[in-house]
Design a protein around this ligand. Structure first.
Ligand SMILES: [Zn+2]
Ligand SMILES: [Zn+2]
Length: 170
């Protein structure tokens, strides 16, 4: 992994997006099972270059994480949440429905939770070639997974919206 500043990480994200390259990001909290350090980490994977960039900080850097997620997934998850408040957003799969049930319970009790969207080419994906959504239960230590062949657009939108809404409410 190549360590860079948060500003540089955003620039790299823009370069990759502008160049139409395959890339994606990760937000890793200190308690995350994918995180090797006791700090917050933001990761950008440039799959076509086989390079992984990382920024570490004691600050959660949620703004940068949100900006990168918006570049990767195409729409600001919170803007989508604001404009669709009348719509009941349902998860597609039973696994993600269970993740969201737990996420809402944690949010109501002020407990931070997190998830991962693992692209088929992601270096962290335990099911390479498939899409894997991972939810790390902060209380039980369990890891819930949803594995699909096709990109789970709806489940991504649902989980991203809930995840980033934690910033607003905390
Ligand atoms: Zn994690
Ligand atoms: Zn990845």
């Amino acid at each position: 992994m190549i360590e860079v500043s948060a500003e540089r990480l955003l620039e790299i994200g823009r370069e990759l997006a502008d160049g139409g390259e395959r890339w994606h990001n990760h937000v890793l909290s200190p308690d995350c099972k994918l995180n090797e350090r006791e700090q917050c980490a933001l990761i950008v994977e440039a799959s076509d270059r086989s390079e992984v960039y990382v920024t570490y900080s004691d600050d959660p850097m949620m703004d940068v994480g949100r900006a990168l997620a918006t570049m990767v997934h195409g729409a600001d998850p919170l803007a989508a949440a604001d404009s669709e408040t009348t719509e009941v957003v349902q998860a597609d799969s039973a696994a993600v429905t269970e993740m969201m049930r737990r996420a809402k319970d944690f949010a109501a009790r002020g407990i931070h939770w997190h998830h991962h969207i693992l692209f088929p080419e992601c270096v962290f994906n335990p099911h390479p070639g498939d899409w894997t959504l991972v939810f790390e239960d902060p209380e039980t230590g369990e890891t819930l997974e949803s594995v699909t062949i096709d990109k789970p657009e709806q489940d991504i939108r649902v989980t991203e919206t809930l995840f980033f809404s934690q910033v607003v409410h905390s």
